[in-house]
Design a protein around this ligand. Sequence first.
Ligand code: ACM
Ligand code: ZN
Length: 746
Amino acid sequence: MKKLILVMAMMIMASGCATRQIDIDVIPKPMELQVVQGVFELDRNMVIYVQAEDQRALNCAGRLAVTLRGACGYGVDVVFDVNAQANADIIMIVDSESELGAEGYTLDINKDEIKIVATEAAGLFYGSQSIEQMLTVVGNKAVLPCVSIKDEPRFVWRGMLLDCGRHFMDKEFVKRYIDLLAYYKMNRLHWHLTEDQGWRIEIKKYPNLTKIGAWRKYEDGTTYGGFYSQEDVKEIVEYARQRFVTVVPEIEMPGHSVAALAAYPQLSCTGGPFEVETAWGVHEDVYCAGNEKTFAFLEDVLDEVCELFPSVYIHIGGDECPKVRWEKCPRCQKRIKDEGLKDEHELQSYFIKRMEKYLEGKGRHIIGWDEILEGGLAPGATVQSWRGMEGAIAAAKSGHDAIVSPVSHAYFDYHITKADLYHVYGFEPVPAELTEDEAKHIIGAECNVWTEHIPQDRVDYMVFPRILAMCEVMWSPKAGRDYNEFYQRVSAHYKKLDSMGVKYGPEAEPVAIEAKRDENGRFAVTLKGKGGETGLDFMYTIDGSDINDHSLKYAGPFEISESCVIKAQAIKNGRTYGNQVQKPIDIHKACGKMITIKNAPSDQYPGSGPGGLVDGLLGDPHLLKESYWQGFQMDDFEAVIDLGQSQKINRIAANFLRSHNSWIFMPKRVNYAVSVDGQEFAEVAAKDFPPRDKDQSTEAVMYDVKINEIEARYIKVVAKNVGICPDWHKGKGGNAWLFIDEIIVE
Ligand code: ACM
Ligand code: ZN
């Protein structure tokens, strides 16, 4: 095993200055890094010698020169005449005999000289990226720490998917992403170019694809769209190539193809007509698999795509293809019969295999989403596993390569609460189920940014900083992963991201509003970075109004003595950071009173103990684990609250959760009763909540009952669990949950 040495901090003596500390915060973390005493000072005109057999190395040295010049103010020249090497300050050379892989490099910086040695030009590029990341200005002097780095990636495929189908992104924006990927040593841009909602690449033979298919029309008369001309594509592909990023085009088939069918309806099963889709989701009209014209069309399209993209891999989608049109289509059914196929799944497999054969004939390989496993995998296909890791496991076990981008960790269009920085950093691309040999088929990973709800100016927010975790997962050795140490480096990267104009989003749901009740019934409220994130400021309101520039600035815990809604917003580096969050505080008669519950909640969802049901704080319906909810599996809920003395009450309310996707149902029946002696209870309200299949959202539902003033000391709440999931539910017959947080008495 390779030895990993990473010393985070070093002391340097800047000439004449006080002792300073330079943190080395390269992301992704190099395989081996040793800090050497001293710094390289950029305090003179300098020369970079680059071995320039590959033009890209020369260009890379040129860009490094520009960066160094900008940082130090001295001249930095690039030379490639071998005779000039001896006098160069920075040397970039190729050693094809190196023990490192194709993308590997060593970088040695001492006081007098910087040297990158790489197996190929790519390694020179990655070495230069490490230099750019380590460049520091101390006082007014640009310096580089003296280090010895030996580095190469863990995976060859380190990608990001950009969905330019749902939202079009302009050419300069795509190039900017290529720069950002390259800065973090990623090497694949998976460019999702065709969708139901838009066809984005000019195909000369089929002009309607962009004349019609690139534009969607809304009911209000507005049109949205755009496309890349072939000249744009060439420019982007070359821009990426210079930065050692391969652009992998995705041309979706047989599904997600309504935009193409709007342009050429004769390629569908029904003949159309179609409009470019404006609704998100999975659409039933797909390419007709029984029509030879479909294949001729797609082959023509792929001919032009292959001309434009040198990538050996072409992604042909294959995901989410409904079969309803094929089931009814005489041509598709004839194809099934003629080819001796079992069903429509095998017809999809026929489709993919046929396209694969065509592309193999052109010297290319296909990648498809894990649905291409259904009905039989095409012989040379690489599987991109997104519905979990199962697709990758099945592919690897059958000798196929796989790329992993599971929804659980790699979908950066998902809200930060579903996959925060810590969670993404914990992603392991190689499933434990695989043997060492099978594991070799996991060629890498991708993070995906689907853009249904993410226009161009929101992409940074979703991608950063999570992509820093992903790039490290893909590049750095597994053995050296340490979140706390990584987090230090991430914190240092915000300044770099600011300077690159990256409008990053939060690392995690940014604000935690914590409210603790004291014995006098007042609440002390603390605002803090969720998950311990530091370096945040907060603004807040307690009158229910939204945060604005005039809201209160948080200076420490504050006290609340009346019911209210607290809203808070984190501020990081002077900018709003993450979403505004809110917490209602309901100060009521049962707050802090004695509560006895009959059945204990499940160990999985204990909330904060019985007292949590009368603490004035309502559970957040989207935070089951982190909040105050108590969950009961199959069991009923029954509790008695003792108000301490008999008094007039006029309201009882209990807050339940409904989330059918998580098998959480409203109680079958809820019953409220009161008593003055704790023995004899009189029912004051009851209601049935029959589960309905149309209630699909996750929401808190309050059974809130106003009652005529009545004398009571004891309040009993009984909620009957539905027990088992109803017939219409996907968990039919399985154990159902009941969730409750807060019983309110006024
Ligand atoms: C996918 O998210 N449908 C690949
Ligand atoms: Zn058909």
